[in-house]
Design a protein around this ligand. Structure first.
Ligand code: MRU
Length: 352
């Protein structure tokens, strides 16, 4: 039980450096990388050393601390101007997860109130650590809210990795599954392998197996047959950006699961902190969808599996319309049957 509550934390600040658990080589190697410059942090986000919307946000906050250190050393009292180019590069590292720009904006606001004559690093580090701790706390709250929606002995399916690895710790969708398992609500978890990057087989399976939560890995294309068998109660996923009407961008394949779930009467739960909600957009059509390199589809571990020169489409995310979602679980509360109106109630809860 204690082990279930103390999950791996993939982001550490130690000895004035950022340390990230390299998610590209899990589960076969547990390799930590050290970062002392913000451009290297931007590259780590782009290349998925660290991934998952909340983890990207927390990492970016520490990236701002490193950018501030560089700006102070290079520009002294002009550090507030010198910090802008590296922050732009950090913000451009991945486009869909809104937690990235949320964290950078919050750090920028904090930096605006600091003296130009002193090193901004100590104060900004405190802000980044606050963002880090708030994410863990939000995950634990969501874990309980989501678990409370489940009946005893539920059978669930999850897609991608929305676990401890994708956050500062504990996880969003996997936080609900962890808490649900502790509370006797989870009998079994089906895990989609999640082509093309295989977050399900490489990361989610690793997290669940380490904790002894009963699970079965399946190819993404097996989801329809699983639902038709009548065994499944819920699909539980995370999110990269939620529009103000509840439309949700998440890992490619989530939309297909949502359509299948509706047809088969299986419920769909989206679990995400309020930092993943983009109140500035009306609906999901305004969410930028990242296109990643075609080699993620045409190769496996650097080995070509398709004819060379093949044309590939590799959108990393898709958008699930709010009407296909039964509940959006956040740390500020649960939105059932999300819509513009129901999301507004959450916003007023959040502003209290
Ligand atoms: O491309 P990734 O691995 O960063 O995509 C991750 C997802 O789609 C997750 O479901 C989402 O970020 C939520 S993580 C708590």
């Amino acid at each position: 039980m204690t082990k279930l509550l103390q999950t791996i934390e993939p982001i550490l600040w130690r000895d004035e450096r950022l340390h990230l658990l390299d998610q590209r080589v899990l589960p076969h190697k547990e390799n930590w990388l050290e970062f002392h410059d913000s451009d290297a942090v931007a590259e780590a986000i782009k290349t998925m050393v660290v991934r998952g919307a909340p983890a990207i946000g927390v990492t970016a906050a520490y990236g701002v601390v490193l950018a501030a250190r560089e700006a102070w050393f290079s520009a002294g009292e002009n550090w507030q101007e010198a910090i802008n180019p590296p922050l732009k590069r950090l913000a451009a590292s991945r486009p869909t997860a809104v937690n990235l720009s949320w964290a950078i904006d919050r750090m920028k606001t904090a930096s605006a109130s600091l003296s130009k004559y002193e090193s901004p690093e100590p104060a900004l580090l405190t802000f980044a650590q606050q963002i880090h701790q708030e994410d863990v706390k939000a995950n634990r709250t969501m874990g309980q809210y989501g678990a409370d929606l489940l009946d005893n002995d539920s059978i669930v399916l999850t897609h991608c990795n929305a676990g401890a690895l994708a956050t500062a710790g504990f996880g969003t969708a996997l936080g609900v599954i962890r808490q649900g398992f502790i509370d006797g609500k989870i009998e079994h978890v089906y895990v989609d392998e999640t082509r093309p990057w295989l977050q399900g087989s490489r990361l989610t399976a690793w997290e669940l197996m380490q904790e002894g939560i009963p699970m079965t890995l399946q190819a993404d294309v097996a989801a329809g047959a699983l639902m038709a068998s009548g065994q499944l109660d819920w699909v539980i996923v995370g999110a990269d950006r939620i529009a103000s009407n509840g439309d949700t961008a998440n890992k490619i394949g989530t939309y297909s699961l949502a359509v299948l779930a509706k047809y088969h009467g299986v419920k769909l739960m989206v679990v995400a902190p309020t930092t993943t909600i983009d109140w500035s957009i009306d609906n999901g059509s305004q969410i930028p969808i990242e296109q990643r390199t075609g080699s993620e589809v045409s190769e496996i571990d650097g080995r070509p599996i398709a004819p060379s020169e093949v044309h590939v489409s590799n959108p990393a995310f898709d958008v699930t319309p709010a009407e296909l979602i039964d509940a959006i679980v956040t740390e500020s509360g649960v939105v059932r049957s999300p819509s513009k109106e129901n999301m507004k109630q959450l916003k007023s809860e959040e502003e209290k």
